[in-house]
Design a protein around this ligand. Structure first.
Ligand SMILES: Nc1ncnc2c1ncn2[C@@H]1O[C@H](COP(=O)(O)OP(=O)(O)OP(=O)(O)O)[C@@H](O)[C@H]1O
Length: 649
C-alpha cells in the first residue's frame, strides 16, 4: 500500500498493535509477516516459515497473547482444566496399578477388602475426568467465540483507522477479505490448537513420569513412537497450507457468485436478465472443481496420516514386546506391566493430541501473519492522520495547486487545482463526467491527502491538523450516499453519532430536508428500519433516500457542507425548493456543491469549471456567460434541450 504523504511511521497505539508488531519481531529471519498476495509467493513463504525452528514458538506466543487478550478468565479456566485432566490421567495409571495389585492379592486367596479403596478411587477419578471434560468443552467453545470477537474488533479497528486511499488498493482489499474470511474459522482452530498443545504436553509428561516409575527403559522406545507422527503431521500441515493458498482465488469467486445470487441489490437485474441459471451453473462449476480438489487433497492427507499412525503403532508394538520381556526378566511386576499397558495406550492418545495441537497452530500461521500485518497498519494509519487540534471553522478555505493521482492510475485526476471559499459562500463545481469534481470534493473533505499542493484553512496548511478533527467540521452528501439498513432515526442521527439521542434535532433536520412526512407515515415512525431485510422495515424511493441523506448532513450542523449532486434524484419541485432555500436551510454555512444542472448552479456565488482535472474557468454565472467559454457552451446546450420543443412549436 502506498504510504500517505504525511505518514511518519509510528509508535504502537494499543495492545492489539503490539501484537502485530511482535509476531513480526518474533518470526525468525526469512519469515514474512506481511505476505504477498501472489498465491505462489504465499505458498513459498509459508513453506519457508514452517521450516524455521523458531516458527512454532513465535506462533504459540502470539496465540497466547491473542487468547489472553480475548478473555483471561476463560483462558485460565480452560488451561487449568486441561492441565488438571493431564495430571488426573497420570494418577489414573497409578490407581490402575493399585487396583491390579489388590486384584492379584485377591487372586492369591486374600480378602476383597484391599480392592475397595482403589476401585472407588478409580471410579471417582473417572467421574472427575468426565465432569472436567464437559466443563472444558463449554469453556473452550466460549473462549473460541471470544477470540473471534477480539479478532473482529482488531479487524474493524484497522478498517476504520486506515485512510480512504487504502480502499483504492487491491492489496489492502485482498488482505481485508482474507483476514475477514479466516477470522471466522481460524481463532477457533488456534484456541483448540493451543489448548491441545498444553494438555498434550502435560499429559505426556505425567504419563512419562508414571512409566519411568515402573521401568525407565520403556520411555525411549515410546518416544520413538512419536517420531513418525511428528513427521507425518508436519507434512500434513504443509499440504493444508498449499491447498488453502491454491484455493483462495476460487473461494473468492465462489463467494462472489453466491453474493450476486443472494444480494438484494442484484436481485432486480438478475431476474430482469434471466441470469439465475447461468450464474448458478458457474457457481456449481466452481464448487465442483473445489470439491474435486478437496477429495484429492484429503486422500493425500489420509495416506500420510495412515503411514504415520502405522509406523507409530509398530513402535508401540515393540514397546509392548519389550514389556513382556521385562516381565519375563522379573524387572517389572504383573501389576506394573498392566498399568504400563494402560499408560502406553493413554500416552499414544496424548502424543496425538500434542501433535494435532501443534499442527492446528501451524495451519493458523498464515492467518496469524495476515492478521498481524493487517493490525500493524493501524498505528501508522492513525499517525498519518494525527496533528494539532483542528479549529471548529474557517474564514477562508484555500486550495493551492492541488495535484492528485489515484493509486494505480497514471493520469492525475487533479492537476494544479486552486480554488477559494469564503465563509458563508455558496460555491459550485461544474464540469463534464470525469473532470475531477468529486475528487476535489474528497480532498477538501480531507478524505485524501493531495500528492502536491495544499489546502489552507485561514492560511494554515490543514495537513498540520488532526484530520478526524477537521472532518468534524465538514458534512458531506456523497453522490453515492449510504442507505443504512437501520432505523429512520439512525439514518439521520448518524450524521452526528454523539447526538443520536437528540430526537428533536433529528426531526428538525428531517423537516428541513423535506422528509419529515415520510417518516411520520412509517409504521413505527422513527424506529422503522429503512430496509426490507428486517421485520416491519420499509424501503424508500431514491428521491426520499436522497432527502434522508440531506437530513443527515443538516443534522451534522457543520460549518462546511459539501453536496455532490444533492438533487440528482429529487423531483423538479423538490430540487427547485432545495436550491431556492439553500441559503436559509444552511444558514450562513459555507457550501460547496457539485451539479450537472445549470439551473441550480446559477444561484451560486462563484462557479469553478473543471476540465480534465484542471480549473479552466471561474466566476459568477453572469461573468462566465459573458466570457462565452466552456461554461457558457454547456449552459446553452442544456437550456436548448429544454427550450427546443417549445421553440419548435
Ligand atoms: N477511485 C478511483 N480510482 C481511480 N480513478 C478514479 C477513481 N475515482 C475517479 N477516478 C478517475 O478520476 C477522474 C476524476 O473522477 P471524478 O469522480 O472526480 O470525476 P467527476 O468530475 O466527479 O465525474 P462525474 O461527473 O462523472 O461524477 C476520472 O478520470 C475518473 O476515472
Amino acid at each position: 500500500m502506498t504510504t500517505p504523504r504525511h505518514a511518519r511511521g509510528g509508535a504502537s497505539a494499543g495492545h492489539g498493535d503490539d501484537d502485530g508488531r511482535r509476531v513480526a519481531d518474533d518470526a525468525t529471519p526469512g519469515d514474512d509477516a506481511t505476505p504477498s498476495d501472489d498465491p505462489v509467493e504465499l505458498a513459498a513463504s509459508a513453506r519457508r516459515q514452517r521450516k524455521s525452528a523458531g516458527r512454532l514458538r513465535a506462533l504459540v506466543r502470539h496465540s497466547i497473547r491473542l487468547t489472553w487478550a480475548a478473555d483471561r478468565r476463560a483462558f485460565v479456566i480452560t488451561t487449568v482444566l486441561q492441565l488438571f485432566g493431564a495430571a488426573v490421567i497420570a494418577a489414573q495409571v497409578l490407581i490402575v496399578k493399585s487396583v491390579l495389585d489388590a486384584i492379584l492379592v485377591v487372586g492369591d486367596g486374600g480378602g476383597v477388602g484391599p480392592v475397595v479403596l482403589p476401585v472407588v478411587l478409580l471410579a471417582a477419578v473417572t467421574a472427575l475426568v468426565a465432569v472436567s471434560t464437559a466443563i472444558q468443552a463449554n469453556q473452550q467453545r466460549l473462549l473460541s467465540e471470544l477470540v473471534l470477537r477480539s479478532t473482529w474488533q482488531q479487524l474493524l479497528d484497522v478498517a476504520g483507522a486506515v485512510g480512504l486511499r487504502a480502499f483504492e488498493s487491491p492489496d489492502f482489499y485482498d488482505r481485508l477479505q482474507r483476514v475477514q474470511t479466516n477470522a471466522l474459522s481460524r481463532p477457533y482452530q488456534l484456541t483448540q490448537g493451543l489448548i491441545g498443545l498444553a494438555g498434550g504436553l502435560a499429559g505426556c509428561i505425567g504419563l512419562s513420569v508414571a512409566i519411568v516409575s515402573f521401568e525407565p527403559a520403556l520411555l525411549p522406545i515410546l518416544l520413538l513412537a512419536g517420531v513418525p507422527l511428528f513427521v507425518s503431521s508436519r507434512r500434513e500441515s504443509r499440504l493444508e497450507f498449499d491447498f488453502a493458498v491454491a484455493q483462495t482465488p476460487r473461494l473468492r469467486l465462489r463467494q462472489y457468485l453466491g453474493l450476486v445470487q443472494t444480494g438484494r441489490d442484484e436481485a432486480k437485474e438478475v431476474r430482469a436478465y434471466g441470469l439465475t441459471g447461468a450464474l448458478r451453473e458457474r457457481f456449481d462449476a466452481v464448487y465442483t472443481a473445489y470439491a474435486d480438489d478437496l477429495r484429492t487433497h484429503l486422500r493425500r492427507r489420509t495416506r500420510l496420516a495412515v503411514a504415520g499412525n502405522l509406523a507409530s503403532a509398530a513402535f508401540l508394538a515393540a514397546t509392548l514386546l519389550a514389556l513382556v520381556w521385562l516381565v519375563g526378566q522379573g524387572r517389572v511386576t504383573l501389576a506394573e506391566a498392566g498399568a504400563a499397558i494402560v499408560a502406553i495406550r493413554l500416552l499414544a492418545t496424548q502424543v496425538g493430541t500434542l501433535f494435532k495441537g501443534a499442527q492446528q497452530i501451524f495451519e493458523s500461521g498464515l492467518f496469524l501473519d495476515d492478521l498481524a500485518g493487517f493490525v500493524a497498519m493501524r498505528p501508522e494509519a492513525e499517525q498519518a492522520e494525527a496533528g494539532a487540534p483542528a479549529p471548529p471553522s474557517f474564514r477562508t478555505l484555500r486550495a493551492d495547486g492541488l495535484t492528485f493521482t489515484y493509486p494505480g492510475s497514471t493520469a492525475p485526476a487533479l492537476d494544479d487545482v486552486s480554488i477559494r471559499l469564503n465563509a458563508g459562500e455558496i460555491v459550485a463545481l461544474v464540469g463534464e463526467n470525469g473532470s475531477g469534481k468529486t475528487t476535489l470534493a474528497k480532498l477538501l473533505a480531507t478524505l485524501y491527502e493531495p500528492d502536491g499542493g495544499a489546502i489552507h484553512w485561514d492560511d494554515v496548511d490543514v495537513s498540520t491538523y488532526s484530520r478526524p478533527g477537521l472532518r468534524r467540521s465538514v458534512a458531506v452528501v456523497f453522490q453515492d450516499f449510504v442507505r443504512y439498513h437501520l432505523s429512520a432515526r439512525e439514518n439521520i442521527g448518524l450524521g452526528d453519532a454523539d447526538r443520536m439521542d437528540d430526537i428533536d434535532a433529528i426531526a428538525a433536520a428531517a423537516r428541513r430536508a423535506g422528509v419529515a412526512e415520510v417518516v411520520h407515515d412509517l409504521p413505527h415512525g422513527w424506529d422503522t428500519a429503512l430496509s426490507k431485510m428486517f421485520k416491519g422495515g420499509r424501503d424508500l424511493s431514491l428521491g426520499q433516500w436522497q432527502r434522508v441523506a440531506l437530513a443527515r448532513a443538516f443534522f451534522r450542523d457543520a460549518p462546511f457542507v459539501i453536496l455532490d449532486e444533492p438533487s440528482a434524484s429529487l423531483d423538479p419541485r423538490a430540487e427547485h425548493a432545495l436550491f431556492q432555500s439553500l441559503r436559509d436551510l444552511l444558514g450562513g454555512r459555507t457550501v460547496l456543491f457539485i451539479s450537472h444542472r445549470f439551473s441550480t448552479v446559477r444561484t451560486a456565488d462563484r462557479i469553478y469549471v473543471l476540465d480534465g482535472g484542471r480549473v479552466t474557468e471561474q466566476g459568477s454565472h453572469d461573468q462566465l456567460m459573458a466570457q462565452d467559454g466552456h461554461y457558457a457552451e454547456l449552459f446553452r446546450l442544456q437550456a436548448a434541450a429544454y427550450l427546443a420543443p417549445e421553440t419548435s412549436r
